[in-house]
Design a protein around this ligand. Structure first.
Ligand code: R5P
Length: 312
């Protein structure tokens, strides 16, 4: 076991970082992450980290590029300050949707980000609900993948919703939705979605019985809310009763809030992997914290203990 645990972070999710430090009773690492006049990022580690087991947390959410570069520079600074091991903690791993060549002449940006993190000096990565599990293979360093499912399931079990059907809003999400349906002892249905562009999705079909049922739509990301709003309307038109959604990463950009407000959704439950600005908070949105999950994982990684117990 390495001697000293240090936790640093960038500016993306200060509240979550503070909460994790509080739970672990670790003083947040002292680093300044500021800007030069021309906008370049300036980082300085203001304490000795020589030989330490350092965790550096940053969600690469909006502004994705600034947050990513902050993280890379923090890792570089910690490496040059002789930290023994650096774990990049990305509660939300941005660019994950660009994980394959699905058109000619497009990049695989998720792989590029993985390369950048390793080259900057990350020894390992800790993240939650990756858009596609296979992204783990883009890294040649250890990656621990956490799941928000326990937190969501605990919340929904307390609601005691009857006649429940878990719905995946697209074919790609079936595996995740099946895990929720198993845990909630609910049936499973799938929305056959076609993406028109990055702001619009169209529902082609609903596979499964939803008439008269209460619904939980399960997804990893909500960005423009096009997928969710379309799925919720199609389910309502097909005779569904109350419609909830549980989505790990609230990217919430563009017309998302207007779409959620106008949709037949009863409640959208998300996590705090990405902070939601006050101006975007509406009554329908409920935020669950993943600070305890991340804190336990950090503690276990530091103590060289298995983290699979966190998913049982
Ligand atoms: C797609 O594969 C993802 O799982 C989400 O469904 C998608 O990213 C959501 O995007 P939007 O909210 O813009 O429809």
């Amino acid at each position: 076991m390495r001697d000293k645990l240090s936790i640093f972070g960038g500016n993306s999710n200060i509240k979550l970082l503070k909460e994790i430090c509080k739970l672990l009773r670790v003083k947040q690492g002292n680093a300044s992450v500021t800007r030069f006049t021309d906008g370049e990022i300036q980082v300085k580690i203001n304490e000795n980290v020589r030989g330490n087991d350092v965790f550096v947390m940053q969600s690469t959410s909006f502004p994705a590029n600034d947050n990513l570069v902050e993280l890379l520079i923090l890792i570089d600074a910690l490496k040059r300050a002789s930290a023994d091991r650096i774990t990049a903690v990305l509660p939300y791993f941005g660019y994950a949707r660009q994980d394959r060549k699905d058109q000619p002449r497009v990049p695989i940006t998720a792989k590029l980000i993985a390369n950048l993190l390793s080259r900057a000096g990350a020894s390992r990565v800790l993240t939650i609900d990756l858009h596609a599990g296979q992204i783990q293979g883009f890294f040649d360093i250890p990656l621990d993948h956490l799941y928000a499912i326990n937190t969501f399931v605990e919340y929904f079990k307390k609601k005691n919703i009857e006649n429940l059907v878990v719905v995946s809003p697209d074919v790609g999400g079936i595996k995740m939705a099946r895990a929720y349906s198993k845990r909630l002892k609910a049936d499973l249905a799938v929305v056959d979605k076609r993406r028109i562009n990055d702001r619009q999705a169209e529902v082609m079909n609903i596979m499964g019985e939803v008439e008269g049922k209460n619904i939980i739509i399960v997804d990893d990301i909500i960005a423009t809310a096009g997928s969710l709003a379309e799925a919720a309307s199609a389910l309502k038109n097909a005779g569904a009763r109350d419609i909830y959604a549980t989505i790990t990463h609230p990217v919430l950009c563009g017309p998302a809030i207007e779409r959620i407000a106008a949709s037949p959704l009863k409640e959208l439950v998300v996590t705090d992997t990405i902070p939601i600005e006050d101006s975007k908070m509406i009554d329908k949105i409920k935020v669950l914290t993943l600070a305890p999950l991340l804190a336990s994982a950090i503690k276990r990684i530091h103590n060289e203990e298995s983290i699979s117990i966190l998913f049982e």
